[in-house]
Design a protein around this ligand. Structure first.
Ligand code: HEC
Length: 130
């Protein structure tokens, strides 16, 4: 007797969940909080928009070619700052999602990566990831 109910609840949860594109979750843009950025975070946003947003999405919301950073998987305790350097310089093998591998990104200097991290962490903080 309880089983149909459980299934029904599960379906509602699924239907209500984040829109799932080809690879994984994307975040509803209307729910994203944009904090006031420091100068370095603003520089990081410029670099992010130029080099990362094509896959990781505007406002770090994700696309159908890359995951959102507004996701607990990218909590600083799970993907620390070193993973941003590694992913940018070497690329990243697909392991969390079905998007495929991340290719290395050319033309991003170390100071740019540092600012990108500051920007991404500011977005994560404003949106309750940590
Ligand atoms: C061509 C698409 C693409 C671009 C451009 C891209 N990424 Fe990625 N990135 C991905 C995908 C796909 C993954 C997920 C791999 C997985 O875990 O399945 C990923 C994962 C990551 C991860 C997590 C790595 C790990 O250790 O799990 C970090 C950090 C990251 N990207 C940072 C960046 C930064 C910073 C930029 C810009 C400088 C960038 N990415 C540009 C596609 C991209």
């Amino acid at each position: 007797m309880i089983r149909p109910l459980i299934i029904a609840v599960f379906c509602v949860l699924l239907a209500d969940g984040p829109a799932t594109a080809a690879g994984g979750p994307t975040i509803d843009p209307s729910k994203i909080v944009t904090p006031k950025f420091s100068a370095k975070q603003r520089l990081g946003k410029l670099a992010y928009d130029a080099k990362c947003a094509v896959c990781h999405g505007k406002d770090t919301a994700g696309t159908n070619t890359g995951p959102p950073f507004l996701h607990k998987v990218y909590h600083p305790g799970h993907h620390g700052d070193a993973s941003f350097f590694r992913a940018t310089v070497q690329g990243a093998r697909a392991h969390h999602w079905p998007f495929g591998d991340m290719p290395k990104v050319e033309g991003v200097s170390k100071p740019m990566i540092i600012n990108i991290i500051k920007y991404v962490r500011a977005m994560q903080k404003a949106n309750g990831i940590f």
